[in-house]
Design a protein around this ligand. Structure first.
Ligand code: 3PG
Length: 205
């Protein structure tokens, strides 16, 4: 796989409560042009959802998000995750991510956290929580002293604000939950999800 940040302009972050929704949801996102899908480990259904998508939607690149512990890494990889995303990084988690055998985007929100990851050879990471941590000006400021680091900012980003992030030289793609509204998932409104994905896939980088 080339860089995770280069697959599409947006990585949908999805919270799946009902594993039955996983496959049609992934198909809608792929049909809209967003093949990289992050399923957060915030629900009991997440690992089952990842396994189903990995098995039944080969066009998708499905990964696990909200990976917080080495046990999360092991379970996510065993379920078939093609990549791993964490909200922040600890030394123990980074060891596990490196040993996991799949690409990963570890979370960072400060210059020191970014530098600690760079020291370990990581040059692509998630900037989280993007809006709350300082948003565009903050990310732009990090690019001055740390120009070789590329980010996927996530947290509070929507269709209207994504283009400004994508215009930054140190942003490869953005992540967000706006593509999979809970009510659309609850009612099985996959055409709406595909439409949201199509809009996001058309964003320029
Ligand atoms: C994440 O898990 O990356 C974020 O919680 C997604 O944030 P959003 O819901 O504001 O898009």
């Amino acid at each position: 796989m080339s860089s995770l940040l280069d697959i599409a302009p947006v990585i949908p972050v999805v919270v799946i409560d009902d594993p039955e929704t996983a496959v049609p949801l992934a198909r809608a996102l792929v049909a809209g042009g967003l093949p990289a899908i992050e399923v957060t480990l915030r629900t009991a259904a997440a690992l089952d959802a990842i396994a189903r998508i990995a098995a039944e939607v080969p066009e998708a690149v499905v990964g696990a998000g909200t990976v917080r512990t080495p046990a999360d890494v092991a379970a996510s990889v065993a379920a078939g995750s093609a990549f791993l995303v964490s909200p922040g990084t600890t030394p123990g988690l980074l060891d596990a991510l490196e040993a996991g055998g799949v690409p990963f985007l570890p979370g960072a929100a400060t210059a020191s956290e970014v530098m600690a990851l760079a020291e370990r050879g990581v040059t692509e990471m998630k900037f989280f929580p993007a809006e709350a941590a300082g948003g565009l000006p903050y990310l732009k400021a990090l690019g001055g002293p740390l120009p070789r680091i590329r980010f996927c900012p996530t947290g509070g980003i929507r269709l209207a604000t994504a283009p400004d992030y994508l215009a930054l030289p140190n942003v490869g793609c953005v992540g967000g939950t706006w593509l999979t509204p809970a009510d659309a998932l609850a009612t099985g409104d996959y055409p709406r999800i595909e439409k949201l994905a199509t809009e996001a896939a058309a964003l320029r980088r």
